[in-house]
Design a protein around this ligand. Structure first.
Ligand SMILES: [Zn+2]
Length: 433
């Protein structure tokens, strides 16, 4: 073989999403015909957000840029069995498009992610995936061949989603480490240990969510979720209405613990109560709301948590913390919520980039509640990301998943890929448009 043919049959990489945005991440590593796709996130939410799921819409969603033009893996495609999708963690910007994936494509994720994914599937949050057949779990620290020449190894990292993983992707000519999303609190030893176990790759692909101008020179001490949130919650004397994100199981635990300390009853919607039970977080002061419209299939599975009716909640409202998902916000019309505190705790709509966020604020205002945002970033600070990138000692650092990735400089070469371009690895020369 000439050198030229060797080069052309070597590893390539292409980025479909996640460039200059904190929206969905998707990139593909290819060796010969073998394809390894890392994450499959929602690129951009349309008005219905995550609720839009009919299959017939795939081509329309591609036309408006919600689904990238990626071949051979979507339900409407002729399936390419050489492709595998690997998931770093269960946030929607990393898995939001799995519902459109062809049933013959394997999806791999960490064991903890798979456990949570199954529960989310049960409550209807991750529909249209044949979890049993299609989703496989991968143990940490164990290299797995996903195809003849592509190997992946998962490493645990800390993030505000259970089961979060970084991955090292090895092909015959390149080693790539992908950080996934990472947090680096003092106790986040898994993230801190990543350079020791996966350092010195050819390429590091690293998230840059908090790498923004205003954060570059500050290195705020970020307290752990429990240390920050429990005291903040305990200070609130009024009844609390809150939203949360199921994928942050730790946050559920913190809310339940804070309510216990405050001697309040905490009331969850049935779907959330199901997750509470699935992770053994039930307690005497936890209730689930009887909801006629809810999936009765779920309610019958909640056996370890007592139920409560909306009338009972109303009668005891001053001693209740009450969950209110945005799509159930009308339930608040039946409750004396005037003067209550609405605690936004990372539930959807998450922020002003989501068009329904303004509507949420309007509801809260009309209902006479005080709005408080209580959360802890799941992402390392700019300074910590810089530390991590340096410690990883990659030959090439590719900053991703941030509004200003260009502000991160790796210890050696730093490379900013363009969307839709195929690059040859490890040189990163352009192969095609
Ligand atoms: Zn994330």
């Amino acid at each position: 073989m000439t050198e030229n043919t060797i080069e052309n049959s070597g590893t390539t990489i292409q980025f479909y999403a996640g460039l200059k945005t904190i929206g969905g991440t998707i990139f593909e590593v290819k060796y010969k015909e073998e394809r390894f796709i890392a994450d499959f996130g929602m690129v951009f939410q349309n008005k219905e957000g995550v609720q839009a799921r009919p299959q017939a819409m795939i081509s329309e969603l591609q036309a408006i840029g919600v689904i990238p033009k990626i071949s051979g893996v979507l339900k409407t495609d002729e399936v390419d069995k050489n492709a595998t999708i690997a998931i770093s963690h269960l946030h929607l910007d990393h898995i939001g498009l799995l519902q459109y994936v062809h049933p013959d494509i394997s999806i791999i994720m960490s064991e903890d992610s798979k456990t949570l994914y199954e529960h989310l599937h049960t409550i209807g949050e991750e529909p249209n995936v044949d979890v049993e057949r299609q989703v496989k779990s991968v143990p940490y620290y164990q290299p797995i061949l996903v195809s003849e020449n592509i190997q992946v190894e998962f490493f645990p990292v800390n993030h505000d989603a259970i089961g979060a993983a970084a991955m090292r992707i090895t092909t015959p000519d390149t080693t790539i480490v992908y950080s996934g999303d990472v947090r680096l609190h003092e106790t986040d030893l898994d993230t801190a240990n990543l350079p020791n176990i996966a350092g010195s790759p050819d390429i590091l692909i690293i998230e840059t969510t908090n790498v923004q101008e205003e954060f570059l020179d500050s290195n705020p001490v970020i307290q752990s979720e429990a240390d920050k949130l429990i005291p903040d919650l305990l200070e609130i004397e009024s009844p609390i209405v809150f939203n949360i994100y199921h994928r942050n199981v730790k946050r559920l635990e913190i809310l339940i613990e804070a309510a216990r300390q405050k001697k309040r009853m905490i009331v969850f919607e049935p779907d959330t109560a199901y997750i509470v039970q699935a992770f053994n977080l039930e307690a005497p002061h936890v209730r689930y709301l009887i909801d006629e419209q809810a999936n009765s299939n779920i309610s019958v599975q909640i056996q370890k948590i007592q139920s409560i009716t909306i009338d009972e909640v109303r009668d005891n409202f001053s001693s209740v913390w009450f969950q209110s998902s945005y799509h159930h916000i009308r339930a608040l019309l039946d409750l004396p919520v005037k003067g209550a505190t609405y605690v936004h705790s990372n539930g959807v709509p998450l922020g002003s980039f989501d068009p329904t966020y303004a509507e949420l604020l309007e509801w809260i205002d009309k209902l006479g509640m005080e709005f408080v945002v209580l959360g802890v970033s799941g992402h390392a600070t700019a300074t910590q990301i810089k530390w991590l990138a340096d410690a990883m000692k990659a030959k090439v650092t590719i900053p991703l998943h941030g509004f200003t990735p260009e502000l991160l400089k790796g210890p050696n070469q730093t490379f900013l890929p363009e969307k839709g371009v195929t690059y040859q690895l490890p040189t990163l020369n352009k192969m095609s448009q």
